[in-house]
Design a protein around this ligand. Structure first.
Ligand code: ZN
Ligand code: ZN
Ligand code: FE
Length: 794
């Protein structure tokens, strides 16, 4: 860069184009102040394409210093992905440095910033009686506040956000226009005189003329009522987390009997009263994202037991908006609040006041509302730390829509994702934009959210896809949507997409050995896959090994009734005959005999019993045998409760036992079948039964099962690494969210000298499928076009 400056230094005038997350992060004020400091004349403007600077320096050194500082001193939230410059043909008139009004460019490539949690400066001002914005519930600045959730179109300017309906007062205007101010060009800038406000809506007690919205909310929460709170990216349903009565009421009304509920606590001091917090976890809790972080509960646990059943972790977040801070500061407000998504079961989170009042009235006693419209719904993100590394379960608020970059230019591509935990991925060239968590695409409401959000991404990134990539499963709503677009369609196998998501996140060249431990995914052979070892390249994938197939008696109902899987695994373990009644594990004997007879006859007749190599269903089978649970109320419940049970038997260095327990050096629980290797899952099932017979506790047996599975996978991977010469292993799939499985595999494989990669910035669950699809489909399209000279789909 420096060299080219010197060559073209005739006029010392340059045009500089910067791409990346450079709008809404205080970039223009930063450039302005930098230019003044270095005595650079010219201008800076947001364009549809990024930020454009025209600069003229008095001498070469200050121009070089300017270019260097643009990169090195950029504001904390800015992410520069491209910086190009060229000499200006016409010299600039030296009349200082100015910020120009935005111009809308063609083909916008500017990343929109995500929503950012309240910053420390704004927090201080919020509680400073001398400050202009003392106790103002919507205080923000260039370093914090809403972004993605309020943007209608680009460039990111106030007139393109839902703040356009609020005209700034003279004080706010002056700060907005003052380059030395922290609110210089802060688009959502507002104060009590001119900006949005809070409202209290209590259908029972009227509009509450005598109380303020915050005192009303605090009092209702203290009285164990359910309060619907309009937040940043949608509504929350809040209750007092200390009160069993309140939590039970919320569970009953929401139709959510067991699934863990996340809580919000005002600060780390309160969090430490209830949970263990490591340094890394603290960092994640306090990051600009402020995600829900899964933390280990303290023993004894002093919050309502009904928050999480069986599981040893609690999802906790810190307040990320000023009004959440104010609510906690309100006298009498409980210091721990359940903050669960404000939606009716299965429907996406509510965003508009009217809609919420209609749909949440059966659930909530009162409403804390505001009038800053939410343009795009975005749920709270969920993450945790496993062995000092982050793992994301739900990628939404605070992360989206930051771009993911890949090293190869791709055509304009849309990946429509899978069916559960759906996201889509829209991209072009080297930037891919993964949508916020959409949810399960099973009904009209969640697919409306999909379509709405997709339309929004089209609008703000101005990408018109040339190709679409979908799952191999023809009946997914996402696949059907992709098929009717009328552009080349690439159908990517589910577990291939899982593996590629991890490869692309880490920029691996491939091929890799991919271990995809998952619930279900459609296999090219028409069976249900889900426990796979694949030899994976970006455009292709070969199945090397899989878990032994188990029948699914009753098909889809197995996913919610683990006892069916328990009987199926025992059936398979008993040479495909019903397991003898007299030695049936107690947990299964407790199931109604007629129901068992029906399932056993289905298994015997091979009626409505498709085969699956799913790892999730194997966990369900073991969960059933170990009496963990026979009926599930949410996806993955059996597996996560089995993990929690095993956790109670695990020491800090439990994984050192894997070699011993699995005896994997001598025991090779796999063999060849139809040209693939098959891992004998039924052998684990028999060993689990033996362990129980020998008097091991359920918890010890659950941990033993984890060790057997890890030992077998690791043993087989070592052999495959030797035969293929590949030493990079990608771990993916929903079961990798099991931290015992992940820690155990990491430890054991690393000890064998293999390199392990797994999702850290992206979920390992189906939330990353669309990204994997887009990369694989995009690269297939490029290679088809370059090799065959024409388009091909498949
Ligand atoms: Zn701030
Ligand atoms: Zn104002
Ligand atoms: Fe999956």
């Amino acid at each position: 860069m420096t060299n080219s400056c010197r060559k073209n230094s005739a006029s010392n005038g340059f045009e500089i184009l910067i791409q990346g997350t450079v709008q809404g992060v205080g970039f223009r004020p930063f450039v302005y102040n930098l230019a003044r400091r270095l005595k650079i004349a010219g201008s800076v403007a947001n364009t549809g394409d990024g930020v454009r600077i025209r600069a003229m320096a008095r001498d070469q050194d200050s121009l070089d210093a300017f270019l260097a500082a643009l990169r090195h001193e950029a504001p904390p939230l800015a992410v520069i992905t491209g910086l190009r410059h060229q000499p200006l043909h016409q010299p600039l008139v030296d009349d200082g440095f100015v910020i120009l009004a935005s111009s809308t460019g063609q083909g916008a490539r500017t990343a929109l910033p995500p929503d950012i949690a309240l910053c420390d400066d704004c927090l201080r001002e919020l509680f400073d009686p001398a400050d202009h914005r003392f106790r103002y519930p919507f205080i923000n600045c260039t370093n914090c506040g809403p972004r993605f959730s309020i943007v209608e179109s680009i460039p990111y300017d106030r007139r393109h956000t839902s703040m356009k309906s609020f005209a700034m007062c003279p004080t706010c205007t002056a700060q907005y226009q003052d380059p030395g101010d922290r609110r210089f060009h802060a688009q959502p800038n507002a104060c009590a005189d001119c900006g949005p406000g809070l409202f209290w809506h209590d259908p029972g007690g009227g509009e509450g003329a005598t109380i303020t919205p915050l005192t009303g909310a605090a009092a209702a929460l203290a009285a164990d009522q359910v309060v619907a709170i309009r937040g940043l990216g949608g509504f929350h349903l809040a209750v007092n987390a200390h009160s069993s009565t309140a939590v039970r009421l919320l569970r009953r009304r929401k139709g959510r009997p067991d699934k863990p509920l996340a809580v919000m606590m005002p600060d780390l001091q309160v969090i430490r009263r209830h949970c263990l917090v490591s340094e890394k976890e603290e960092e994640l809790l306090r990051s600009p994202v402020h995600p829900i972080v899964l933390l280990k509960k303290n023993r004894p646990f002093s919050l309502a037991d009904e928050l999480v059943f069986t599981i040893g972790e609690l999802g906790v977040m810190l307040p990320y908006t000023p009004f959440q801070q104010l609510l906690f500061a309100e006298p009498g407000c409980p210091d721990v609040l359940v903050m669960t998504s404000g939606n009716a079961a299965g429907a996406p989170i509510c965003t508009a006041n009217d809609d919420a009042i209609t749909r949440l009235s059966p659930l909530a006693d009162a409403f804390l509302l505001h009038d800053r419209e939410i343009v795009t719904r975005v749920d709270d993100s969920v993450a945790r730390i496993v062995a000092d590394r982050p793992q994301i379960f739900r990628r939404a608020r605070g992360y989206v829509p930051a771009p993911l970059t890949v090293p190869w230019p791709l055509p304009a591509v849309l990946g429509v994702g899978g069916s559960q935990k759906n996201t889509f991925c829209l991209g072009r060239e080297t930037s891919l934009y993964l949508s916020q968590h959409i949810g399960d695409l099973v009904d009209l409401e969640s697919s409306e959210f999909f379509l709405e959000s997709l339309a929004h991404f089209h609008r703000v990134f101005q990408i018109e896809p040339e190709i679409c990539c979908c799952d191999l499963h023809p009946d997914y709503l996402s696949s059907r949507y992709g098929a009717q677009l009328g552009i080349p369609l690439y159908r990517i196998q589910h577990h291939h997409a899982h593996a590629v998501a991890v490869m692309a996140e880490h920029g691996l060249d491939g091929p890799v050995l991919a271990v995809v431990l998952d619930g279900t995914g459609y296999g090219p052979d028409g069976t249900v896959w889900g426990g796979e070892i694949l030899l994976t390249e970006y455009t292709d994938s070969t199945r090397l090994a899989h878990l032994e197939q188990l029948p699914l008696p009753g098909g889809d109902s197995c996913a919610s009734e683990p006892w069916r899987m328990g009987l199926a695994a025992l059936f398979a373990a008993h040479d495909h005959r019903p397991w003898p009644e007299n030695t049936l594990p107690g947990a299964l004997k407790a199931i109604d005999a007629r129901k068992r007879r029906v399932v056993n006859s289905m298994l015997t007749a091979q009626f409505n019993s498709p085969l699956t190599s799913s790892c999730g269903r194997l966990f369900d089978a073991v969960a059933a045998i170990l009496a963990v649970r026979q009926q599930l109320s949410y996806e993955g419940q059996g597996a996560s409760e089995l993990e929690a049970l095993a956790r109670t038997a695990a020491t800090a260095t439990w994984y050192r036992e894997i070699d011993t327990v699995s005896q994997r050096r001598s025991l090779r629980p796999w063999g060849e079948k139809d040209g693939k290797l098959e891992i004998y899952s039924t052998q684990f099932v028999k060993m689990v039964l033996t362990a129980l017979d020998q008097g091991r506790t359920r918890a010890e047996t659950a941990l033993y099962f984890h060790c057997l599975l890890i030992g077998a996978l690791a043993g087989l991977l070592v052999e495959l690494a030797e035969s293929t010469g590949i030493r990079q292993v990608a771990l993916a799939g929903g079961c990798i969210q099991n931290s015992l499985l992940l820690e155990g595999l990491r430890h054991t494989l690393a000890a064998d000298g293999l390199q392990i990669f797994t999702g850290e910035k992206l979920p390992v669950n189906d939330g990353a499928i669309s990204f994997g699809q887009a990369v694989t489909g995009g690269l297939r399209h490029v290679s088809c076009n370059s090799h065959a000279g024409h388009q091909c789909s498949g």
